[in-house]
Design a protein around this ligand. Sequence first.
Ligand code: HEM
Length: 411
Amino acid sequence: MHAYMISRDSHASAEPRDRAFYQNPYPFYSELHATAPVFFWENYGHWCFAGFKEVNALLRDKRFGRQILHLATREQLGLPEPKPHVAAFDQTEKYSLLNLEPPAHTRLRTLVNRAFVSRQVEQLRPRIERLANELIDGFEADGQVELIKAYAAPIPAIVIAEMIGLPAEMAMQLVNWSNRMVTMYMFGVTHQTELDANQASAEFMDYLNGVIAERRSQPKDDLLTHMITTEVDGQRLDDEEIMSTAILLLNAGHEATVHTTGNAVKSILESGIEPTRLFAGDQQTAATVEECLRYDAPLHMFTRYALADVELEGGVRFKFGETIGLMLGAANRDPLRFTNSNSFDPFRSDGGNVSFGAGIHFCIGAPLARIELQVALKVLFQRLPALRLAAAPQYRDAYHFHGLERLDVRF
Ligand code: HEM
């Protein structure tokens, strides 16, 4: 039995918590491309877009945005009131770049952007190489390892912690807080999950409050100090803005990169392609990483609100405040954009992907993530040429965050 159904009137049902579905959503995507690239996803209750051209265009379309409460009240939009038992979580999100639109978005993004441009993050390459090698030194003699915990997670977590100005030893605690917080984006969140995510948010803020106070009295050469002391348009950020931005950077700074590393190792090992060919030279290494991002993206859907009544090409209409789903993972497999879209081919001439989004919310960490992935994958396959799967990898129960629960390998 299929894990999904698509009807003739472009209504689809696919349960995001159904194991068969989230283990492999790609057959659903293939059928959407063939029959209904614009469809109403019953389980979410909104229209979604699976085509590359449409997703790419809508991410850049200023008639849609991530924020809506700057234009209308909850009551007017029929949105539920905030829940008091997730107040700490909501607090961390209050000034998240990801939930803001201009001008508030521009102000915060400008402040942190400089630290993440290619020229700046390129300087981290030697540090990332050293880190990757040290981690492998730690398990090489064992002949086997669970790669997510031992390798995929620590690299981006330590790198972003150090950039912000937190000690590397805090990295796994940050991963723990972040993992508990992002469960809030799962479909069908339970009360218990909400309480735990809220608890993690409160602990995280408590810890950061201490560090922010420290930096105020003793500035350092790190991003946290930069956020505290730099003025934008003659204004400094207040504590709530610093807190939200630091938490967003720390969480976004590793979640998707960890998943991409795991998914990439799986894609490469399952392809049977000789790894030395994949990492022969910087250009091929970069192309391999892009194909890994395209073939098995870590983030599969982002939503937008219609900021006005909108009519799209083809006559599809949305009312002010309506939500749409942009399916990055599906867009990357669109046969109209990619030849043999369901094949993993790091040598393809029509490469590209929307895994980092597009438009004003385009991932600020993309240059950093690309370097981390290039280094982590290249070093791994060079150091452990006999790397192979020890068990069939299983994805975690979170449709949006498409990443592995475990990745057991031998070498
Ligand atoms: C493979 C790894 C990564 C992937 C696939 C990824 C993907 C994305 C995507 C799709 C968005 C846009 C969401 C939307 O349009 O609604 C985004 C935004 C963002 N990402 Fe990443 N990301 C990755 C790594 C990172 C890293 C390493 C950082 C480190 C700082 C980061 C920080 C951010 C931030 C701050 C935003 C919000 C930008 C804004 O709203 O202006 N990401 N990311």
